[in-house]
Design a protein around this ligand. Sequence first.
Ligand code: KE4
Length: 428
Amino acid sequence: MFDLTRSKEAFKHALELLPGGVNSPARAFGAVGGNPIFIDHAEGAFLFDVDGNRYLDYVLSWGPMILGHGHPAVIQALEKVIKTGTSFGAPTLYESRLAELVIEAVESVEMVRFVSSGTEATMSAIRLARGFTGRDKIVKFAGNYHGHSDSLLVAAGSSAATFGVPNSPGVTAGTSKDTLVLPYNNPNALFDVFEKCGSEIACVIFEPVVGNMGCVPMNPEFRDALTLVRERYGTLLLCDEVMTGFRVAYAGAQSVIGIKPDLTTFGKIIGGGLPVGAYGGKREIMKNVLPAGKVFQAGTLSGNPLATAAGIATLETLKETNPYPELELLGDKLEKGIMNAADKHGVKLSANRLASMLTFFFQEGPVTDWDSAARSDTKKFADFFWSMIHQGIYFPCSQFEAMFISAAHTTQDIDRTIAAAENAFKSL
Ligand code: KE4
């Protein structure tokens, strides 16, 4: 058993200062019980906590650290830029360079605007879709999480789902009435709503591969239904790639799923661990954003030189090294190894994976939407989570989160993880 004394003391103190002792509920260990672990530093594929314990990290800051922690290219880029200053409130060459990289990588993106978080990206993209179409309603899907702006915090996934708080207090009825929440991977539910009020719907926002109810890939029929309602009703497709962008493929999950959205949002990896979000898409739509157009959006630290430098270093390293084939091999090995171990010990487990993004659901499966994900045995997940923690393996602290593999993970790390999981299954 790991000694977690200092983390416990740190959490007790943090509880006096911060609501729930954290700055984001996903970190609070609410779904698994016990106290969150306070991290002192990280290196490569590993986290080191304030008690000196080392963990193999499958959270990677909820996705951004695809190169692993403290990658030399990112550190060198930050060391160079920080000597020149940290923020100017004026344009820099870094913003244009990061924009070039995103536009070059993602075929559907002709123009992009940087913000400081995924929430800002999706909130701004929704406003742009409404401004461009002149329509008020939006469609989202249960179990999909797009950040915490009011119109999107309705039957959200991620930590909201974990805490069973589908509609957060403080979100007004007036806001929620324009948000329609449908089941994911369900073409008929989509067609029904569009037949009723398709002409009022500005956009459909979706995760191309859901990470926020655990990993749930989009099925081809649903993909085709999304494309059909866009053609038939003139609604915009808003592909939320905050988590999947540069994660499942350099060209985005949209290139793997085979969907061409009107707008795309980004975050996480494009900041390389610093605060960057972005929204982008067709020029005819993006040119409506102030000051080119009339749709307002602004941000003091948007395109900040430090954050964009980290993002540039991350994307350029991904482009140069192309870790995706190796990440696929490691993901496949991990998925098969843990599923075999579960089978051997009679543990009901179902896995969903795309590339280096995956989730093991404690149930028979298949998991294709929120209702099926919610049937998972969250108590068994919590017991598994803590058993892995005490073996030095750091899984996401919720059944309804995706886990990730970095380019710093090795085959030996995967083997160790499979062995630890088999150990855990013995005592479940
Ligand atoms: P941020 O505002 O947290 O940067 O991004 C919001 C967001 C938007 N879209 C998708 C698909 C996302 O996954 C997220 C944020 N993801 C969660 C993890 N599931 C962030 C973790 C947290 O909330 O602390």
